[in-house]
Design a protein around this ligand. Structure first.
Ligand SMILES: C[S@@+](CC[C@H](N)C(=O)[O-])C[C@H]1O[C@@H](n2cnc3c(N)ncnc32)[C@H](O)[C@@H]1O
Length: 212
């Protein structure tokens, strides 16, 4: 199956880089520079970036609401982009919580490493390899998966859903957002989803769904 994946996924998988992080996170992260990069990545690859501007801080708070952070020791974020949700995850996590970010776009990988330093592990790879990536880090399970992934190609989505279901069967909480609930429900059909939140203060407004 692996050999038949589109090039953008196989190329990255063979060039996966782990934990090359700066010791001192950069404090001077420019919001406009990040927005510029976001827009540029949207223009470069609209289906992968899927949004013109990053999610709001309010969306970050909403997607992480209602979770028991005292029981969360490992977090995986899929498609962190410029790290809006990552900052909120770090703010809520206990010291020592392992935070693994899986991002396909190289320019975000660099940004995330500079922005968050050694507090996170940034993996330049595709989300469909989540469980292999966890295993590479000596982890069989995660407690929380936060995803911003867009609707992806069918074969990749199937692999991502299988990986997510395996983790949620072991008790992981899964949280993601959508701008289009009816399309999402068709896309995710068969998955035991429940609505978690609705965020009006985001452009565009978003619905948050989850498992567990
Ligand atoms: C809509 S952006 C979300 C960024 C950010 N989390 C936010 O909400 O503002 C989607 C992100 O998913 C990433 N992405 C798309 N396909 C991916 C894949 N197969 N594996 C990992 N990341 C992927 C894109 O590069 C992009 O950073």
């Amino acid at each position: 199956m692996g050999n038949t994946l589109p090039e953008q996924y196989t190329e990255v998988a063979s060039a996966t880089a782990f934990t090359a992080v700066a010791d001192t996170p950069s404090v001077a992260h420019n919001v406009w520079k990040e927005r510029g990069l976001f827009l540029l990545n949207f223009l470069k690859n609209p289906l992968v970036n899927a949004s013109v501007i990053p999610s709001s801080k309010t969306a970050g708070r909403a997607i992480l609401s209602g979770l028991d952070w005292s029981t969360i020791h490992t977090v995986v974020e899929l498609g962190p982009g410029n790290g809006t949700f990552t900052a909120e995850i770090i703010a809520r996590s206990k010291p020592g919580t392992k935070i693994i970010l899986i991002e396909l776009e190289e320019t975000y990988v660099e940004l995330l490493r500079n922005k968050f330093g050694s507090r996170v592990t940034v993996v330049h790879d595709s989300a469909h390899r989540m469980n292999e990536i966890l295993a590479d880090h000596g982890l069989a399970t995660t407690d929380l998966i936060v995803s911003s992934l867009p609707f992806l190609q069918k074969q990749i989505s199937r692999m991502i859903f299988a990986a997510i279901l395996e983790q949620t069967r072991h008790g992981a909480a899964y949280r993601f957002f959508t701008y289009m609930p009816p399309v999402m429900k068709w896309f995710y059909r068969g998955l035991p989803l429940h609505k978690v939140n609705f965020v009006m203060q985001n452009i565009p407004p978003m619905w948050i769904y989850g498992i567990n």
